[in-house]
Design a protein around this ligand. Structure first.
Ligand code: SAM
Length: 387
């Protein structure tokens, strides 16, 4: 089965690592996507376990589409009625930036594919499925590129970053998939001591706790929420067996501490509540306090955090520079033997941290360009030359 997992371009390396580790075949990175092959059993397992993918598409067919007429006649050759049931509402989504080059606007692509699907159903069984844009059971994705249209099913349904544990109310929460990608790119594998000393709503620490006990992030999704469940080839017995096997892989406890703290007690309470909803609260330790006063929970480990930045957290520029300097001093003085991964807005005074990163990765946090700074901290950690 030919599949495509989508993700932001910058976090693709983390998705590739996950797909490799889980046994996907013929992995082929593309733009904001990774193509691969998998069996039904692996597809089900990936839906439960992938931490960094936004969604998975199952390729139906790639057809020539140099004009609207060509797309329509090609899409009418697909036996849609053998792929899903006429009782399920469906919708068509258009993707691809060079749609216009083929003289087709996204709306036109959608119309051609949608009407082809309805024609095929009507011809085969005299009844066509309704178009449902609010809660479709079946989503067909049409991706036009260089005169060809890749038709696929979105088999995930709700975006995979929606784990169902997030509490509302923090002004700058990270996306769950981005948090997991940062952990993977920072080298966290679930076995090291972990700390987020500026945890906010707790996303990074909760994702770390799930990795520490090998908990599949989507294991709590309800029946029918994954869209592969609505396709005709869905194998319910295999799905149940996969869920049971994945559930059984969860560890009793993490191998090392997972610590989350924040200066603001409201955010610590929020993080705790989210961790409870994610069912990992009992594997974590929560503290309230300043990072500058925190002590490492183990002689070595990995600290991953997302620094506050003025416009989203409401501090003045002077305070921020001082805070970043203090973050650097705390890392240097107390976290020798640790690794650190710090996400900071590209426009922030992150150089005031004053330590030389071993690697810097550019990332987008929503619409905010950011830098992920990776440090190896040891007693001789060098202070970088100030900008
Ligand atoms: C960008 S937010 C973190 C968001 C978090 N990653 C999430 O997903 O919700 C930064 C956090 O740092 C906290 N903070 C600011 N100064 C701090 C300090 N000196 N020590 C500890 N936490 C601090 C803020 O309360 C805020 O929650």
């Amino acid at each position: 089965m030919q599949l495509i997992a989508t993700c932001p371009e910058e976090t693709k390396p983390a998705l590739v690592l996950e797909l490799e580790a889980l046994g996907a075949l013929n992995i082929a990175p593309g733009y904001r996507a990774v193509g691969f092959e998998a069996s039904d059993a692996l597809l089900y397992e990936l839906h439960l376990k992938l931490r960094t993918a936004s969604r998975i598409l199952k390729v139906i067919k790639e057809v020539p589409a140099k004009s609207p007429e060509m797309l329509r006649s090609q899409a009418r050759r697909i036996h849609w009625n053998e792929l899903f049931d006429a009782r399920h509402g469906f919708m068509v989504e258009s993707q691809g930036d060079d749609a216009d080059k083929a003289g087709m606007a996204p709306k036109q692509i959608i119309t051609q594919v949608r009407e082809s699907i309805r024609d095929v159903f009507e011809r085969a069984q005299g009844v066509a499925p309704v178009v449902d844009r609010s809660e479709p059971k079946v989503v067909v994705v049409a991706h036009l590129r260089h005169g060809r249209c890749m038709l696929s099913f979105d088999v995930s349904g709700k975006s995979l970053h929606k784990r169902g544990y997030r509490e509302q109310g923090h002004p700058a929460p990270l996306k769950e998939t981005l948090s997991a990608a940062i952990l993977i790119m920072a080298g966290y594998d679930g076995s090291q001591a972990f700390m987020d000393p500026m945890c906010g709503s707790g996303t990074i620490a909760i994702e770390a706790a799930m990795m520490a006990v090998r908990k599949a992030p989507q294991i709590h999704r309800k029946k029918g929420e994954f869209h592969f469940e609505w396709l005709k080839d869905f194998d319910r017995d295999l799905w149940r067996a996969t869920q049971d096997r994945v559930r059984a892989e969860k560890l009793e406890a993490p191998a090392a501490p997972v610590v989350a703290s924040d200066i603001n007690p409201t955010y610590v309470a929020m993080a705790k509540k989210s961790a409870l909803d994610a069912r990992v609260e009992r594997y974590m330790t929560f503290n309230t306090g300043r990072f500058q006063d925190a002590e490492p929970p183990a002689p070595s480990g990995i600290l991953v955090t997302n620094l506050p930045y003025g416009e989203r957290i409401g501090s003045s520029e002077g305070d921020i520079v001082q805070l970043y300097e203090e973050v650097g001093d705390t890392l240097k003085q107390k976290f020798s033997g640790w690794q650190a991964a710090i996400l900071a807005a590209a426009a922030s005074p992150y150089k005031a941290i004053g330590l030389k990163p071993k690697r810097t990765i550019s990332l987008m946090n929503g619409s905010i360009p950011c830098k992920l700074l990776l440090f190896d901290l040891y007693s001789g950690s060098r202070r970088a030359v100030q900008p």
